[in-house]
Design a protein around this ligand. Sequence first.
Ligand code: SAM
Length: 248
Amino acid sequence: MRTDYNELAKKYDLTRKENIDTINQFLENLSFSERTNILDFGCGTGNFTCALKRITNANVYGVEPADGMRQKAIDKNTDVIFEKGNHEKIPFADNFFDFIYMTDVIHHIPDIDMMFEELNRVLKEGGYLCIITESHKQIESRFWVKYFPTTVEVEKQRYSDIPEIVENATKNGFVFSKIGTTDANHKHSISQDFLILVENKGYSMFHLISNDDYECGLADLRNDYDKQVEIEYSHGETFLWLKKPFKD
Ligand SMILES: C[S@@+](CC[C@H](N)C(=O)[O-])C[C@H]1O[C@@H](n2cnc3c(N)ncnc32)[C@H](O)[C@@H]1O
């Protein structure tokens, strides 16, 4: 079942915002100027797109298929160009972008081969693509698995694991550059923000498990929230860096 992002758009920004650590990873690895063309692929409501524009003043563009999500992005920053597009068609010329990134998008792509072909077309030679996602191991280590264990299988089915992504990318003209993770140990109680996120089904996976599993997990979560139970776990995201090589 596909996630309806036109429907989710109504509540998306109540529970999701840009992560400054992700932006810092970009800044540590690349240099940006007013002549740099950057694409946020699957930019959603433009949270990362607008933050990157504010911080770098590069030419930042967003491509997003869902009209509801894209309109929220357009309303946030008129200095960023947001276009309708998807893995089949990115409405830009060949070799246009210096850098392309996607946050939390690859698991929604029905044809990863086609996506890499299209991303390769619009990326300049020598340009970088950064995919921010979670490995299967990271999916297993999310703290909310304790409350929603059936999300693990659902998520592993829609998230390609990292070696599979690399294999697809290299088949379509990219070379592997490096992998970074933000894995770290955490210890905290359930925050009110997280409880609100779950109550609003702010992650698409909550639409993919049974209602019984969702309600049961939510009851346990509320219980731990009320008691301020501390949870300990190690978790993070994967930053997969790929490069479009120069032709000989
Ligand atoms: C979890 S949201 C992430 C949005 C944004 N990148 C962020 O981090 O806030 C996933 C996004 O992927 C978009 N998406 C879904 N299918 C896509 C496709 N085939 N091509 C490009 N983007 C797609 C959705 O519309 C949605 O905005």
